[in-house]
Design a protein around this ligand. Structure first.
Ligand code: DMJ
Length: 610
């Protein structure tokens, strides 16, 4: 009777519906029940067959015991189900709370990313779709470029050796990291790549390795990209930097080598950048989180603005993406930016560096052909060149912009040096950045096709800028140029502030020497390029690679301990091209993006993209 009542007690609804049982209680319950069932079975088998207890006591008891056992299992399963439901509810509540904290734009961006993900998943169900076949543009002069004379060849070999030292050091000490610390001999990264480890140096260096004929190194990089380059990382990256270094680098590697993997990776990455355009105006955020698609702007930018040189330096790569994928989205995004800018008023005909992506209004009236503005102008010209000179809208926008720049920003110093200053709220600052020195090459490149037959004038302007920038190198102890130099109070092309005296392996001056060489073949440009190469080898080379220096006016400079990825992508590439024949990557067939990645001219661009 006692046993029966225990069983009945355990199977009552009260116990079954009791909200919680601790884990230890559950185990005790199971143990008691197992013991009880063993007892019942034991008694059933060991009692004599004719025992009256067998039929009148044990059968109902065993049945009860099984029911109880089943019910307890039921309780336990129900318990764990309840735990799960409770945890799910808590998670949902937490997510809802987080959502409420987010701004409208962030929520919109998230919704858009989710939508894109659903569409992508649906697509993936049928397996990855191959990219549409497109006619390959004319690929001329992708290798060799033997300069002919032995002296130039020797110099070119030296540049190739420097590339090998930079690459081998990165391979040994920083492989897979974005950049290298050549003194500490370990990996390095900056905030432009978020907290990602995306092998920026590998991607940036690929096409330089290719044209230098460093095939084993190229294959090594290709293999790393195939196995490791993954963009589903929770990292907030710069849209501009990722575009010019990664998408530009991958596209150039694809066109040069024909290896599909580079195209596929470029397209995967480009898709991750698209949520950055989900702003009220379509002007993209400066940064985007590759995983969540949430974008934002740099905290230091005037009035929450996006930067002209960042959102204005997407055109070349995005046009190629549409060309290669048949997806019009990329082309539409950059054309939308162009149209929006065309409608805006420009103070004195100048483009300010800051534009607010929420309001569509300019931020601070600061115009520069150096940092924050530079490659916007460069891409207007290059959009025209890349379209086989059919994109006349881009050419006209470039011509108008350059005309205003010449009127307001370009001056001659007392010592006769032509410089490009910066316009700040109606005032000209007589200072020029190392970054601005790229403009010499740009003026020369744009000379042919300039209005009113001013080709000679622009080639001359390019030469004057090259000369000024060479002076900024020549007037230092190390024969390397400072980050910024002044033309004020008796100063001519020298840095004043301590924090403007550094050289971080930048390419712009050498870039201009190369363009000037291609257009004039004046031997002084090769001479100047060689001076710079020797100075880099002497003062920036260390056993673990190449490092920037903190003061070009000091005979005993300290290192900044960073081997920038653009040193391999640009500086060494432009030097190599300077000592190669013009047959290597001819400018009629190739247009270099702002990170020196060559992209072919698209002769079919207009039919294809409309
Ligand atoms: C490069 O990343 C690009 O050239 C960019 O346009 C600005 N400058 C750096 C190197 O100095």
């Amino acid at each position: 009777e006692q046993v029966e009542s225990v069983v009945i007690y355990w199977t009552t609804p009260f116990l079954r519906d009791k909200a919680t049982l601790r884990l230890s209680e559950k185990f005790i319950l199971l143990l008691i029940l197992s013991a009880f069932i063993t007892l019942c079975f034991g008694a059933f088998f060991f009692l004599p067959d004719n025992s009256k207890h067998n039929s009148i006591f044990f059968f109902p008891l065993v049945t009860q015991a099984f029911t109880a056992y089943g019910n307890v299992w039921h309780i336990l399963c129900k318990e764990s189900l309840r735990d799960k439901i409770r945890a799910d509810h808590e998670r949902a509540l937490q997510e809802a709370k987080e959502k409420l904290r987010k701004s409208k734009e962030e929520l919109k961006a998230e919704i858009q990313t989710e939508k894109t993900k659903v569409v992508e998943d649906l697509k993936k169900k049928d397996g990855p779709k191959p990219l549409p076949p497109v006619p390959m543009p004319k690929l001329v002069g992708v290798k060799d470029g033997d300069p002919g004379d032995p002296d130039t060849k020797e110099k070119r070999d030296k540049i190739r050796e420097m590339m090998k030292h930079a690459w081998d050091s990165y391979r040994q000490y920083g492989w897979g990291h974005n950049e290298l610390k050549p003194i500490a001999k370990k990996g390095h990264s900056t905030n432009i790549f978020g907290n990602s480890q995306m092998g920026a140096t590998i991607v940036d260096a690929l096409d330089t390795l290719y044209i230098m004929g460093l095939h084993d190194e190229f294959k090594d990089g290709q293999e790393w990209i195939k196995q490791n380059l993954d963009f589903s990382v929770n990292a907030e990256v710069s849209v501009f930097e990722v575009n010019i270094r990664f998408i530009g680098g991958l596209l150039a590697a694809y066109y040069l080598s024909g290896q599909e993997v580079f195209k596929v990776k470029a397209v995967q990455l480009a898709e991750k950048l698209l949520p950055a355009f989900n702003t009220p105006t379509g002007i993209p955020w400066a940064m985007v989180n590759l995983k969540s698609g949430v974008g934002r702007n740099w905290g230091w930018a005037s009035a929450g603005s996006s930067i002209l040189a960042e959102f204005g330096t997407l055109h070349m790569e995005f046009v190629h993406l549409t060309y290669l994928t048949g997806n019009p989205a990329y082309y539409q995004k950059v054309m939308h930016i162009r149209k929006l800018l065309a409608k805006m008023d420009r103070p004195n005909g100048l483009y300010p560096n800051y534009l607010n992506p929420r309001t569509g209004r300019w931020g601070q009236h600061h115009t520069s052909v150096g940092g924050l503005g530079d490659s916007f102008y460069e891409y207007l010209l290059k959009a025209w060149l890349m379209s086989d000179k059919t994109d006349t809208e881009a050419r006209k926008t470039y011509d108008d912009a350059i005309e205003a720049i010449e009127r307001h920003l370009i001056r001659k110093s007392n010592g006769g040096l032509t410089f490009i200053g910066e316009w700040k709220n109606g005032h000209l600052e007589r200072k020029m950045g190392h970054l601005t020195c790229f403009a010499g090459g740009m003026f020369a490149l744009g000379a042919d096709g300039s209005p009113d037959d001013k080709a000679g004038h622009y080639l001359q302007l390019g030469a004057e800028i090259a000369h000024t920038c060479h002076e900024s190198y020549d007037r230092t102890v190390l024969k390397l140029g400072p980050e910024a130099f002044k033309f004020d109070s008796g100063l001519e092309a020298v840095a004043v502030r301590q924090n403007e005296k550094y050289y971080i392996l930048r390419p712009e001056v050498i870039e201009t020497y190369w363009y000037m060489w291609r257009f004039t073949h004046d031997p002084k440009y090769r001479q100047w390029g060689w001076e710079a190469a020797q100075a880099i080898d002497k003062y920036c080379r260390v056993s673990g690679g190449f490092s920037g220096v903190k003061d070009v006016y000091s005979s005993n400079p300290t290192y900044d301990d960073v081997q920038q990825s653009f040193f391999l992508a640009e500086t060494l590439k432009y030097l190599y091209l300077l000592f190669s024949s013009d047959e290597l990557l001819p400018l009629e067939n190739w247009v270099f993006n702002t990170e020196a990645h060559p992209l072919p001219v698209l002769h079919l661009v207009n039919q294809h993209l409309k």
